[in-house]
Design a binder for this molecule. Structure first.
Ligand code: PA5
Ligand code: NI
Length: 190
């Protein structure tokens, strides 16, 4: 068998994922972002500062048992986004493009409810509902951010090419063209 010489050869493996809670006991990487990691991302900066001053709660976590970050491998993760709001705006992830911008991603929602917001560098915007059993296909070139509109954690399983990387790019300065709020008891995207 010929092995593509820039792709590391590893033995096959398997692991367990609890499809209700997202628990992945074999995960060795655990990324934790508390609210303070989201500075500049929410519309209501006074509400954001108050949330951080008031205990800087857990915002979201990512669990991985990493594979080589190389062409040919498939990175995967469990993402767990807490419920809550900053002012009227629902908790969300930072969001990113992939460093290799021609990198797509699959998200399968396992628990909770919310949205995947997606945008392109030239200003296109699209969103999809996330709920248990619903898969969102994030095509190459689309930045993506998940938003939790429910009262339980929004948990999803993601898969993307190992060499894709993360580029927070203009999201930190420009954000997304749409935000998700609760207004008069309704979920609105504006
Ligand atoms: O590549 C992905 O989309 C995930 O691994 C995310 O990085 C993860 O959900 C955390 O989101 P973010 O990188 O926007 O903080
Ligand atoms: Ni991604």
């Amino acid at each position: 068998m010929e092995i593509f010489d820039t792709t590391t050869f590893i033995p096959p493996f398997a692991l367990d994922i609890d499809l209700e809670t997202g628990a992945m006991p074999d995960a060795t990487n655990h990324l934790v972002r508390n609210a303070s990691a989201m500075k500049g991302h929410y519309a209501d900066s006074a509400a954001f500062d108050a949330l951080v001053a008031n205990g800087d709660p857990l915002h979201y976590e990512v669990f991985e048992k990493p594979v080589p970050e190389e062409y040919g491998h498939l990175m995967y993760c469990i993402s767990k986004l807490q419920p809550g709001k900053v002012g009227d705006e629902f908790f969300m992830t930072k969001g990113h493009y992939h460093t290799v911008v021609q990198t797509g991603e699959i998200y399968l929602a396992l628990a909770g409810e919310g949205f995947m917001l997606m945008k392109t560098q030239d200003g296109q915007f699209h969103y999809e509902r996330m709920q248990r059993g619903r898969m969102v296909y994030v095509p190459p070139y689309w930045a993506h951010r998940s938003v939790n509109t429910g009262s339980e954690p929004l948990i999803s399983f993601c898969v993307y090419p190992g060499d894709g990387g993360h580029n927070y790019g203009d999201i930190e300065t420009e954000g997304f063209p749409g935000r998700v709020f609760e207004k008069n008891g309704e979920i609105v995207i504006e």
